[in-house]
Write a protein that binds this ligand. Structure first.
Ligand code: COA
Length: 148
């Protein structure tokens, strides 16, 4: 498995994964392009390749001493093989390089799998955003403090 920075050329493969993994609330290609346009200033996006094929991606937004995990997804076939962990580790490393002190994220209340992964990475629940998602599902807000 290879991790590298995402580029605009990766968008077709990334958007295919986005639509497969988030059928209810996939980002548009325009949103993803907007994120890449802010790289490296305030964004850090990576893709993971297995046998030269993009199978996962993740992105961080950073401003001053705070950051957000914007998105993370691994193709179903490759889940549970450590790719999500490798990408989260890279986002945390980038946050440290940027002197971030707190990382936040939102996760669907009906996604216990992702919540478990984040808890594993020492994110803690800090609150709920009621009906945050378009289908009425709550978002759980999580935070991980870094040393700064
Ligand atoms: C959440 C997600 C990114 C995790 O990535 P992944 O590559 O599958 O995760 P990993 O293989 O790195 O596993 C991370 C941890 O999850 C746990 N885990 C692994 N497989 C699991 C499974 N089948 N069920 C529950 N937990 C599991 C383990 O605790 C593992 O830690 P370990 O290092 O002790 O083994 C991935 O499952 C995914 O893309 N899900 C769909 C999209 C999504 O929900 N994104 C998050 C939106 S907020």
């Amino acid at each position: 498995m290879i991790l590298r920075q995402m580029t605009v050329a990766d968008l077709p493969a990334v958007m295919a994964i986005e639509r497969a993994m988030f059928p209810l609330d996939a980002w548009s290609e325009g949103m993803m392009r907007g994120e890449l346009a802010d790289m490296p200033r305030s964004r850090h996006y990576v893709v993971a390749l297995v046998d030269d094929e993009i199978v996962a991606y993740a992105g961080l937004a950073a401003a001053a001493d705070q950051a957000d995990v914007q998105t993370i997804a691994v193709l179903e076939k490759h889940q549970g093989t450590g790719i999500g962990s490798a990408m989260l580790t890279e986002l945390l490393a980038e946050a440290r390089r940027r002197r971030v002190r707190e990382i936040f994220l939102e996760v669907r209340a009906d996604n216990p799998r992702a919540q478990a992964v984040y808890r594993h990475f020492e994110f803690e629940e800090i609150g709920t955003r009621r009906r945050y998602y378009d289908d009425g599902t709550d978002a759980i807000m999580m935070r991980r403090k870094l040393d700064g």
